[in-house]
Design a protein around this ligand. Structure first.
Ligand SMILES: [Zn+2]
Length: 305
């Protein structure tokens, strides 16, 4: 029987983003982390591919690597960051765009294979996507109207597949930074979520506190949460909040503190009450594993877990 919401275990789950197999090996056994977030693009760039693509643009799971992953995780739950648009990944893979109807089949095939990997590893999990890109590396991909019209079809199809094909996944989309000179990815206005995902029934959102710092001034998380989509996960990290349209260095991915994210105390009390997975999406080149462990212990104390 489904538990009433007040009977549910509302303990937050702390997690850390991993971009390579050695990182998974380091963080999966640590008791400080209840969960991990795996970046598919990061893993592939570091030689650990979770799937391959054939000439007909159909994806297949990398069964051997899925088994390796299952053994390292030892039952620890995980979520996945889907590759974002314009990122070359695998031999034979071209750039797929949400706002191009011809690319939808491949994008759906890729998500289907990720669902298959969750099945093989014996988990259910969240898959985090970015919303459609309008511009990638200065190349125009679509107008806003195009994206609203075409990408929303993809999202509705994914939403249907989750139900009909019983994918063990919760698909979510995360908020993003204001447009850069060379890139524009939607998700920096609550309206983007409403216009693109308004027809879906099961898709949720992932809140990214660092990206929120670098979104246009009038972007407020209350507005995003007020769109009615379930919040499924949080990427918890900070930055100086000074948006730079010419560079990506502003998206610093450093430890969230009272000084570098707005409403720090409110986030903590939200985490305490919600049971949400809170992913430390930090740039690990900036910290030693001991520093990460230390920060996480203090955060766990603050969250009383
Ligand atoms: Zn994020």
């Amino acid at each position: 029987m489904t538990a009433f919401w007040w009977e549910r275990d509302a303990k937050p789950k702390l997690g850390i983003a991993c971009r390579s197999l050695p990182e998974i090996k380091t963080y999966a056994p640590m008791p400080e982390f209840d969960t991990l977030e795996l970046s598919i693009a990061g893993l592939a760039k570091n030689g650990f591919e979770l799937y391959s693509i054939d000439r007909n643009e159909k994806y297949s799971p990398h069964l051997k690597n899925a088994e390796i992953l299952k053994n390292i995780l030892g039952g620890k739950p995980y979520q996945v960051h889907m590759p974002y648009e314009g990122n070359y990944l695998l031999p034979g893979e071209r750039k797929f765009f949400h706002a191009r109807r011809d690319d939808h089949k491949a994008l759906t095939s890729r998500q289907r294979v990720v669902a298959e990997i969750f099945r093989i590893t014996g988990n259910k999990g969240i898959c985090v996507w970015h919303l459609a890109a309008l511009k990638v590396k200065k190349q125009k991909i679509a107008t806003l109207e195009n994206a609203y019209e075409i990408a929303s079809i993809l999202y509705s199809e994914l939403d249907t597949c989750v139900l009909l094909e019983k994918w063990p996944t919760q698909i979510t989309f995360e908020n993003y930074l204001a447009p850069k000179e060379d890139y524009e990815i939607l998700g920096y206005e609550p309206e983007h979520f409403w216009k693109l995902l308004g027809k879906t029934k099961r898709i949720g959102i992932t809140i990214d506190t660092g990206h929120g710092n670098l979104a246009p001034e009038d972007f407020h998380f209350q507005m995003l949460m007020g769109t009615g989509f379930p919040v499924c996960s949080v990427h918890f990290h900070g930055n100086s909040g000074k948006f730079d349209p010419k560079s990506w260095k502003d998206d610093e991915h450093v430890f969230a503190t009272k000084d570098n994210i707005r409403g720090y105390n409110r986030w903590i009390s939200l985490f305490k009450r919600s049971g949400l997975p809170v992913i430390l999406e930090i740039n690990k080149e900036k910290y030693k594993p001991e520093e990460i462990q230390d920060y996480t212990r203090k955060l766990r104390f603050e969250l009383a877990i």
